[in-house]
Ligand binder design. Structure first.
Ligand SMILES: NC(=O)c1ccc[n+]([C@@H]2O[C@H](COP(=O)([O-])OP(=O)(O)OC[C@H]3O[C@@H](n4cnc5c(N)ncnc54)[C@H](OP(=O)(O)O)[C@@H]3O)[C@@H](O)[C@H]2O)c1
Length: 296
């Protein structure tokens, strides 16, 4: 199936890797592989998403204690080449040798020989130099195509940027939705200056600040109604909106229910007018000062 004119975010060329264009909405997998739904339902949801163009799949060794990676492995069994596969290493597994071992275990659960992107899940106490060395070795071995980080605030990004190979960081994955706009103060501008796209987690506000205020908010509901869309779709379209003319945020909603997957894919073609954006901005303005990075 081809997907024309869907909004994309470009990852820069890196070493042997050419630039890659990713659809601005992908699929999360937190809470998969934990028995909340059957693995058949979760596999089906991920495959449905792939067919609808949500080709980036985000997982982690943490999710379901490896269970989510196993579900993803099942979903990609006969279609690995259709997905841009992202996984993450626990900070305490991110050492010179432990990160290699952790990655190999992830690959085994995912039933693949490579990840398209491997992220440090959050900053920890193992020196970043070690993690970068491990990422470098994993790239040389072809086990990962790119690396990045998650839950890094601006000071962490600046420190990373000073290290050998630190500038090769492909993305930073952080919590971002209309009710949690702290990154817009300085982290997002810094990343844009350095050409590092953002992956927005909890894009439909499963966690993060002001999530309760978003539910049933009159402005969000009015905008959704005008567009004949759901509020989740409005939140997704908002998260991936171009900022100052450039689109560099990829939202990764997690969905198991078929109608959720369908809505999330359809949100790729939902455009918020300047008027709608202005009203959403007035209802949930970005903070004017630095706030601590929102996490779940
Ligand atoms: N790096 C990190 O530290 C970090 C932290 C948190 C999350 N993440 C990643 O980001 C992904 C997304 O975040 P998240 O899962 O926490 O939250 P989320 O995507 O904001 O919300 C997920 C919830 O929303 C529901 N949902 C999905 N689509 C919907 C729709 N169209 N309408 C109404 N409800 C909908 C899902 O229900 P159903 O499943 O029942 O359809 C699920 O309960 C995670 O799965 C994970 O891959 C990363």
């Amino acid at each position: 199936m081809s997907h024309h004119n869907v909004p994309v975010v470009t990852l820069a060329a890196d070493g042997g890797q050419a630039t890659v264009e990713l659809p601005a909405i992908g699929q999360g997998t937190w809470y998969m592989g934990e028995g909340l739904a059957t693995s058949e339902e979760e596999v089906r949801a991920l495959q449905q998403g792939l067919e609808l163009g949500l080709t980036l799949i985000d997982t982690a060794e943490m999710y379901g204690d490896g269970g989510a990676e196993k579900v993803v492995g099942q979903a990609l069994k006969d279609r690995r080449d259709q997905a841009f596969l992202v996984s993450k290493v626990y900070p305490w597994n991110a050492g010179r040798d432990s990160a290699i071992a952790a990655c190999e275990k992830s690959l085994k659960r995912l039933k693949t020989d490579h990840l398209d992107l491997y992220l440090l899940h959050w900053p920890g106490s193992i020196p970043l130099e070690e993690t970068l060395e491990a990422f470098e070795r994993l790239s040389e071995q072809g086990k990962i195509k790119r690396f990045g980080v998650s839950n890094f605030d601006i000071a962490d990004m600046q420190a990373l940027n000073e290290l050998p190979n630190g500038q090769r960081c492909a993305v930073n994955q952080v919590l971002y939705h209309l009710g949690s706009r702290g990154i817009e103060h300085s982290l997002l501008p810094w990343q844009r200056e350095h050409g590092i796209p953002t992956m927005a987690y909890c894009p439909i506000a499963q966690g993060g600040s002001l999530r309760r205020e978003l539910l049933g908010n009159a402005t969000v509901e009015a905008v959704a109604e005008e567009l004949n869309a759901s509020t989740a779709q409005v939140l997704l379209a908002w998260a991936i909106r171009p900022i100052d003319g450039k689109r560099d945020v990829i939202a990764i909603p997690k969905a198991v229910q078929p109608e959720h997957v369908e809505q999330n894919a359809a949100a790729l073609s939902l455009t918020l007018s300047d008027n709608a954006l202005a009203r959403l901005d007035a209802a949930f303005p970005a903070p004017k000062h630095k706030t601590s990075l929102d996490i779940v």
